[in-house]
Design a protein around this ligand. Structure first.
Ligand code: FAD
Length: 460
């Protein structure tokens, strides 16, 4: 695909040029301030000089010449997806700031926390609230570190586009497609979870969560629909397994395909072992590597199946598992980046809080994936129980720092823009300030309510 700039309107009258029909798409679910439009072209000739020609050009006689590697066509996609995930992580931080601050103040039900003298419980002290919000907080940190890494990668890519190896380019592109998909899906689900965690107040427009969800939701569709993006990553993974089988060396993001070979059973014996990065990394290598290999084996084994004669039909027969391995690949990369960052000692003073978050991020996924790990014989039922128990106790540990962990996102009240998410935690005053002017007699009292009150009773 090559890109062209096409003039749509006359610069003086702003009317569409001949052969161009253009209009506004009207009201959408969100992003009302963006005037998305539709276009139709009828025999419109585009001058060849209007082609964006950084990587290819067309001569006057129509000859097409590529001046760079074909894969450079990915360049724009990689940069844009990088910006999208950074933006998405910012949105996730904003939603979590609102929900965690509110749930750290709002009290409901009888006291469950012996250390708190108040008769009612802060929502964030409920175990069920912790498991709803805190894995999302762990994801925000995991994605924060992963996007920082990606931003540096893209910067390098922009500066050294010509020198970058085809293998690395394919790896960045293959991984970024899936990262866009699963990061944005996670953010969308987390905003909704934040909204529900705030009860009825979460539904108020003044809390900001409703608008966040409506405006954010399009991100799972545009710049590459998420399902299609996930399948692109899966396609890359299939190519990697094929290359591995030809004896080629694999790039960074899929090294688990080699590492998982030596692993058969998890060596975890106690809850303490679940804090050991070596044990976590082994689980991650097995979890990602064996799932990818199993799915690719299934896909490749269908080649002789007469009921699935085309590559497309065989691909379709594995789509659900292919999307799942893309998800696992993205998770693996974010999780290992988080662990490596901790091991590097980069943020030594914050290690206890960040280690707990990292453990929460990994254990939450291992719990979700425990059926695979049990089936594959890597995890025993006793280890599955340990993961479950440690997940809940890590949630309780992260809860202690939860408000500080969202405060450290350092979002100003202006940016958070929520009656229940301000830094002062004074949620009831802030909410009342917003709704206090909405008082007095309803404008429909005289026409709709009064006649009803004065009318004859239906019973009489
Ligand atoms: C607000 C907004 C702004 C946009 N801005 C731009 C823009 O600036 N520039 C631009 O070029 N585009 C833009 N788009 C278009 C956007 O990129 C597309 O809508 C998006 O890529 C999905 O394509 P589609 O609408 O054709 O859906 P379809 O391709 O018809 O997809 C419909 C559904 O089918 C599924 N599906 C499709 N193909 C497959 C497959 N092979 N396997 C399995 N499932 C599949 C998808 O997951 C999706 O759920 C915008 C869209 C919106 C809503």
């Amino acid at each position: 695909v090559q890109t062209f700039v096409v003039q749509l309107r006359d610069l003086d009258t702003h009317l569409p040029l001949p052969g161009v029909r253009v209009g506004d798409l009207g009201k959408k679910m969100g992003l009302q301030g963006v005037d998305n439009g539709w276009i139709q072209f009828d025999h419109v000739r585009v001058p060849r000089a209007h082609m964006l020609r950084r990587f290819a050009s067309v001569a006057r006689d129509g000859t097409f010449t590529r001046t760079h590697k074909a894969q450079m066509a990915y360049a724009a996609l990689i940069g844009t997806r990088g910006k999208l995930v950074t933006l998405s992580v910012g949105i996730l931080k904003r939603a979590l700031t609102i929900a965690v601050r509110y749930c750290g103040v709002r009290r409901q039900g009888e006291q469950v926390n012996p250390a708190d003298p108040h008769t009612e419980t802060k929502l964030l002290d409920y175990q069920s609230h912790q498991i709803r919000l805190l894995p999302a907080l762990a994801k925000a940190y995991a994605y924060h570190f992963q996007t920082s890494y990606i931003e540096k990668l893209i910067e390098k890519f922009d500066q050294q586009a010509d020198d970058i190896s085809e293998e690395l380019l394919a790896d960045i592109h293959g991984t970024m497609a899936g990262f866009k998909a699963f990061c944005t899906w996670d953010v969308q689900a987390a905003i909704e979870q934040c909204r529900q965690s705030c009860g009825g107040n979460g539904y108020s427009s003044y809390t900001g969560l409703e608008e966040l969800l409506a405006n954010f939701s399009v991100i799972v569709t545009f710049e590459g629909d998420n399902t299609v993006m996930a399948l692109q990553t899966a396609n890359y993974l299939v190519r990697c397994v094929e290359r591995q089988r030809r004896g080629e060396t694999l790039a960074g993001s899929v090294q688990y395909l080699d590492k998982c070979r030596a692993l058969t059973a998890w060596r975890v014996r106690s809850a303490n072992d679940l804090s050991d990065p070596v044990q976590l990394l082994e689980a991650l290598d097995f979890y990602a590597g064996k799932q990818v290999l199993r799915t690719v084996d299934k896909y490749l084994s269908l080649e002789g199946d007469k009921s699935l004669p085309t590559p497309q039909s065989r691909w379709n027969a594995c789509q659900v598992e292919l999307i799942e391995i893309a998800r696992v690949h993205v998770f693996y990369n974010a999780a290992t980046r988080f662990i490596e960052m901790l091991q590097s000692g980069e943020a030594a003073q914050l290690t206890p809080a960040l280690s707990a978050l990292c453990r929460l991020y990994v254990l939450n996924e291992l719990k979700l994936g425990s059926s695979f790990l049990l089936q594959a014989g890597f995890m025993s039922p006793a280890q599955a129980q340990l993961v479950h128990d440690e997940l809940l106790s890590t949630c309780a540990l992260v809860r202690l720092d939860a408000v500080a962990l969202v405060d450290s996102f350092n979002l100003s009240d202006f940016v958070v823009n929520s009656t229940i998410g301000a830094a002062d935690g004074d949620v009831y005053t802030n909410m009342l300030r917003e709704v206090a002017p909405r008082t007095g007699v309803a404008p429909y009292f005289a026409t709709a309510i009064k006649p009803m009150l004065e009318g004859e009773s239906l019973d009489e």
